[in-house]
Write a protein that binds this ligand. Sequence first.
Ligand code: FES
Length: 249
Amino acid sequence: MKLTLHIWRQADANSSGAFRTYELNDVSEHMSFLEMLDVLNEKLITDGEEPVSFDHDCREGICGACSMMINGQAHGPDRKTTTCQLHMRKFKSGDHIWIEPWRANAFPVIRDLVVDRTAFDRIMQAGGFVSVNTGNAPDANANMIPKQNADLAFDAATCIGCGACVAACKNASAMLFVSAKVSQYALLPQGQPEKKQRVQKMLAQMDQEGFGGCTNTNECEAACPAGISVDNIARLNREFVSAVLTSAD
Ligand code: FES
């Protein structure tokens, strides 16, 4: 198939960027979206031009690195699908495809389609952990956990931290990400001792990083490749209110 690609090119964080247009012929419908970009980059290198920088690592839908907006949708048109798992059969010959980096003040563009997502790392460093030595993995039945809680905690833990929720939200809110990380601990006994400090510290860091507030538009859930539910945001709010009302200071 033949495609016209409009790709955001930006030399570095301090430069202003712009869309550049590229024509690509002979794109196979069996290629992944990233393989299609690989082909474009080979062509650009052959022509003596700078290849397009984009983030990727696993190419298996696990690491969350392949963050980009495709025709205005985070990770493109397929639901619950990362860019690396998106295939060109979702497009047709003659299509124009607009490809941009995540747009959020807290995710500054480093180059082309690559953004700095270390704000998520700092939120995790603020409280997204259990700080006691838990020793070796215990027997599965040593801690009795209601099945429903175990399932909900597991679902929350499938967040891959890609940032699609932020990119899709008109407020650039990180509430879905933070709520998933808070929930995965709040639902399990191992997360109880530090739960009050955890939720307050992670939300404070989220605000400090410049993410916006949540106004319940639910775009985050629609864009999430892991299918994280906004029910986690409700749980986060309950955890926060409870922590503030019952904290000693
Ligand atoms: S490259 Fe790892 S999720 Fe896409």
